[in-house]
Design a protein around this ligand. Structure first.
Ligand code: SF4
Length: 119
């Protein structure tokens, strides 16, 4: 039996997860998303990343970004290395791709702000 905290919503339910052979049983979840989270944590944990990239503008030195889809938890530091290596140039608007298919993971790094939308 393993106890984990569900991070899908602010309720933070305590989930009890039991692995019996190939079967995973989850209790303590208030909704189906908690069960899905627990199964994912036991098989292939996924996470999102919100961060910033450098810009070439002295007046706006960083641009907020996030990944467009969850990535494997064990790839967080490798993806952060990619994010930290980038310097973006205006114009870029919210939703624009900063890094396409980062590390081949099927997720893009995208801008989450319009602060660089004009030159
Ligand atoms: S189990 Fe459902 S209600 Fe509880 S924290 Fe997870 S998502 Fe929220």
């Amino acid at each position: 039996m393993k106890e984990i905290i569900c991070i899908v919503c602010p309720n933070g339910c305590t989930l009890n997860v039991e692995k019996n052979g190939g079967e995973i049983t989850v209790t303590g979840n208030k909704c189906k998303r908690g069960e899905e989270f627990a199964v994912s944590e036991m098989t292939r944990p996924m996470r999102t990343i919100c961060s910033t990239v450098k810009t070439d503008r002295a007046d706006i030195p960083v641009l907020p970004v996030r990944v467009s889809a969850d990535i494997p938890k064990e790839k967080i530091f490798a993806v952060m290395d990619e994010i930290n290596a980038v310097t973006v140039t205006a114009p870029l608007k919210r939703g624009d791709t900063v890094i396409k298919n980062v590390l081949g993971l099927g997720a893009d790094v995208i801008a989450t702000s319009d602060i660089l939308s004009r030159n």
